[in-house]
Design a protein around this ligand. Structure first.
Ligand SMILES: O=P(O)(O)OC[C@H]1O[C@H](O[C@H]2O[C@H](CO)[C@@H](O)[C@H](O)[C@H]2O)[C@H](O)[C@@H](O)[C@@H]1O
Length: 369
């Protein structure tokens, strides 16, 4: 009997400790408050810190209602399903869309140091040699291009509100090999910026917020061109509420903007009907691929809530592979999943290898590292 009581007491202590840790990580718990947006913060599935990752996995094991394995039944691993996916992709025109943070680069504390690995760069480069490829990021377009450093693909920044598109529609040479006619470095690109008129107001909000949050240790404002991020990954939990209040106050003064939440980040963007999903459709349009033709196969890999808009577009088309990057169960419109950027790397490498081996045409060597 005594042993039983000790056991129950120990389990209670462990549960309380785990709840506290989850709250500290921004993961909602059974009793965590939802008073502020920040406490509703979604999990960081691809965070690099090992201890944090271990904790997230432990949470998944504890939360019997939604364990990762049963979630994977609904959203199977794109790696395990690779052969089946590629079998159905035979003869189709694949277009690859990639998110950046948490997909091509791991989540890190300092947004300026979210570098992608050379291996990832090489894999993306190779994929872009064979398939039209676009990176659609919440960052400013220039910044994401600085990180990726590749010229053989398209970039959309500010959650799709800043697209550098080729000046003419491109044709795939034979349906198997993507003929690279892209050269935005020589000024061939045409920017598409549906939120252009908001630019002066955004710059004002950036300056205003920088001033507002300067006294909150760890808070940081990132100018993403047509939207902006207020990061709180390095802010102490007791300051979350103050930070949120300040952001909301600035937003109230600017009703033409709206607030959304990402991974330990509050994002402010113009209230226009334009998101990553619209960017996907825009790219398909300008590539001449937004047709009812049954052989167009968009593939989108992303980890963030904003990527869900793109997943929905692909889902609606009834053809394509929306793939979510997550190492914990979550609500998603994606059909398939990958755990983290290391699995994204394997997937992209396999994709490039698949097209090389399945193509009968002689394909020139990719101009990649
Ligand atoms: O659409 P994405 O390319 O995924 O961009 C979304 C946001 O990503 C960045 O923030 C996130 O990654 C940082 C670096 O790993 C991390 O420190 C931060 O906590 C994450 O939220 C970027 O800095 C934001 O501006 C983007 O909106």
């Amino acid at each position: 009997m005594n042993y039983m009581l000790i056991l129950i007491a120990t389990l209670k202590i462990i549960k309380t400790k785990i709840n506290k840790l989850q709250e500290a990580m921004g993961v909602p718990t059974s009793h965590s408050t939802k008073r502020t947006i920040i406490f509703k913060s979604k999990e960081d599935a691809s965070i690099t810190d090992c201890n944090e990752r271990t904790l997230i996995r432990r949470r998944v094991l504890i939360n019997n209602s939604l364990p990762y394995d049963s979630w994977m039944v609904k959203h199977p691993s794109a790696l395990h399903s690779f052969d089946r996916l590629m079998k159905s992709a035979m003869g189709m025109r694949i277009i690859v869309f990639l998110d950046y943070d948490g997909t091509l680069s791991p989540i890190v504390n300092d947004p300026d140091r979210a570098f992608m690995s050379d291996e990832m760069r090489a894999a993306v480069c190779e994929v872009a040699t064979y398939f039209p490829t676009a990176i659609i990021s919440g960052r400013s377009r220039e910044k994401v291009k600085d990180f990726v450093k590749l010229n053989n693909l398209y970039y959309a920044g500010s959650h799709g509100m800043d697209i550098m598109a080729p000046s003419m529609a491109l044709e795939s040479s034979n349906g198997k090999h993507y003929d690279m006619a892209l050269n935005t470095t020589k000024g061939n690109g045409v920017p598409f910026q549906p939120a252009k008129k908001f630019l002066p107001a955004i710059q004002q909000i950036v300056r205003r917020l920088e001033n507002e949050v300067k006294d909150i240790k760890g808070a940081r404002v990132e100018d993403n061109g047509f939207c902006l991020s207020v990061h709180f990954r390095q802010v102490q939990e007791q300051d979350y509420g103050v930070l949120e209040k300040k952001v909301k106050r600035v937003l109230e003064e600017n009703p033409q903007f709206r607030l959304s939440e990402g991974k330990k980040v509050l994002e402010i963007r113009p209230s226009i009907e334009w998101n990553k999903g619209n960017a996907v459709e825009y790219f398909l349009d300008i590539l001449g691929l937004n047709t009812a033709s049954s052989n167009i196969l968009p593939l989108y890999i992303g980890d963030d809530r904003t990527d869900e808009d793109a997943f929905k577009v692909i889902k609606r088309r009834g053809q394509g592979y929306p793939i979510v990057v997550s190492s914990i169960p979550r609500e998603t419109n994606a059909f398939y999943s990958l755990r983290d950027p290391s699995e994204v790397l394997i997937f992209l490498t396999k994709l490039a290898k698949w097209i090389k081996t399945s193509s009968s045409s002689s394909i020139s060597k990719p101009p990649c590292p």
